[in-house]
Design a protein around this ligand. Structure first.
Ligand SMILES: CC(C)(COP(=O)(O)OP(=O)(O)OC[C@H]1O[C@@H](n2cnc3c(N)ncnc32)[C@H](O)[C@@H]1OP(=O)(O)O)[C@@H](O)C(=O)NCCC(=O)NCCS
Length: 399
């Protein structure tokens, strides 16, 4: 891993000062109120930081984080890439590829089968096999326009306590399992205790049906001020499994309108909340694109389950990291999925980016062909579209 006098290696707690300094330089100071990181935290379980050193000085760094994402109704092991930084004077020197390769090869050795990241510019990662599959959005809705959300039927609301965190997690799990992309919010990269989970928000409001079942929740933080022209209500999470639960939650949020002008919601894609809101005011004020690449094709496919029996062969060509190139056969039968490397001459060929888009269900085979990400015979297009389509990409956690 050495190139001339460069050394790429895992970072330890002893590298904290250099690594933290590089991060501050690239991303600026932490927002007020964010707890300062510590050397111990930088090597916490689930966090795998790598750096490139030139004569003992850290010139580039990257972090791989252990996650699981929902794809096709299954929990797919995921390497979340974050904190990518090259020192200003060495940008453009090509230091990134070796670092990305190091962190992803290590992730693959841990059996992580896909990798995702939030790019500052997609061009940086496209050439490493990633493609845009979705975005985490911040949308603003004027609270006055929510005054006419109709009263819910058979649904009440109350503030969540620690005893409700299990029910909140169940609502999130039910919603997330029906999408492609959301993190499972379990494992070393997420708060373990219910107290920590709840402490991340000033308020979590529950929607509860007549049977006492929690059907939705909204986690919100009341920002400063009470001039409606300036104040905003930050809603970091709003998930509901029922239209009446949506109405109940949105009415609670709308009740702030005399003192808060805008609601700012973290969401993604086509949020079903819009189907119950009486307003079309829904303005994205920030969009954080999200990229995906596969690390292990058989692993990524066999984790998923598919409906109905099916068989398809395909190939991948042009992976700059050399992890995916080759032929594959995917077989689904009796609810079991098998995907193996095969010699597949004449099979349709995905680029690594095309495979990411197909795997996420973001694009159909026909549109991938138009974008140059799928070539060759069309015989399996219908099978692949049926197996991989049908779920929308959503993400709700930034890293
Ligand atoms: C982003 C960053 C890590 C890239 O470092 P770098 O030294 O330019 O990377 P490399 O020289 O190894 O190669 C990067 C490749 O991405 C491309 N690239 C770099 N910045 C880009 C940008 N903003 N938009 C599109 N492509 C970009 C380069 O052209 C190069 O491609 P090429 O080899 O085909 O010419 C560096 O600019 C940086 O630290 N920026 C500030 C922090 C940041 O944005 N981090 C990314 C967080 S997701």
């Amino acid at each position: 891993m050495a190139r001339s006098d460069l050394v790429t290696r895992r970072l330890t707690a002893d590298d904290f000062d250099q690594s933290w300094g590089l991060g501050l330089e690239a991303f600026g100071d932490l927002p007020a109120g964010t707890p300062a990181p510590t050397p111990e935290g930088s090597v916490a379980p689930g966090r795998h930081a790598w750096g490139t050193f030139d004569d003992g000085r850290l010139v580039a760094r990257i972090v791989g984080r252990e996650y699981h994402s929902w794809f096709g109704g299954a929990e797919v092991s995921t390497c979340g890439v974050a904190g990518v930084t090259v020192v200003a004077e060495r940008r453009g020197d090509g230091l990134l590829s070796d670092l990305v390769r190091a962190v992803l090869e290590e992730a693959r050795d841990r059996d992580e089968v896909v990798s995702t990241l939030y790019p500052t510019a997609p061009g940086i990662y496209r050439r490493l096999g990633y493609e845009l599959v979705g975005a985490l959005d911040t949308v603003e809705v004027p609270l006055a326009e929510l005054a006419r959300v109709r009263a819910p039927v058979g649904m009440t609301t109350r503030r969540a306590t620690v005893a409700d965190v299990g029910a909140v997690r169940r609502v999130y799990d039910t919603w997330a399992a029906a999408q492609n992309g959301p993190l499972t919010r379990r494992g070393p990269s997420f708060p373990e205790s219910d107290e920590e989970y709840l402490a991340e928000h000033t308020g979590t409001t529950l929607a509860i049906d007549d049977a006492g079942e929690v059907m939705g929740f909204a986690s919100w933080r009341r920002g400063p001020g009470y001039d409606p022209a300036e104040a905003a209500l930050e809603v970091s999470d709003l998930v509901a499994l029922d239209p009446e639960a949506h109405r109940a939650l949105w009415r609670v949020l709308a009740s702030f309108s005399p003192v808060v002008g805008r609601l700012r919601l973290t969401t993604s894609g086509d949020d079903i909340a819009r189907l119950v809101l009486p307003t079309s005011s829904w303005r994205a004020v920030r969009s954080r694109p999200y990229m995906l690449r596969l690390l292990d094709v058989p692993g990524a496919f066999t984790t998923r389950t598919f409906d109905g029996d099916a068989e398809a062969s395909f190939a991948v060509a042009g992976d700059p990291l050399g992890l995916l190139d080759g032929g594959y056969r995917l077989r689904v039968s009796d609810g079991r999925t098998a995907c193996e490397r095969v010699h597949a001459p004449g099979a349709p060929v995905f680029t690594p980016q095309g495979l990411a888009l197909a795997y996420a269900g973001t694009q159909s085979s026909a549109t991938l062909r138009m974008a140059g990400h799928l070539t060759g015979p069309t015989s399996y297009d219908g099978v692949l579209d049926r197996l991989l389509g049908g779920r929308r990409v959503h993400i709700r956690d930034y890293f």
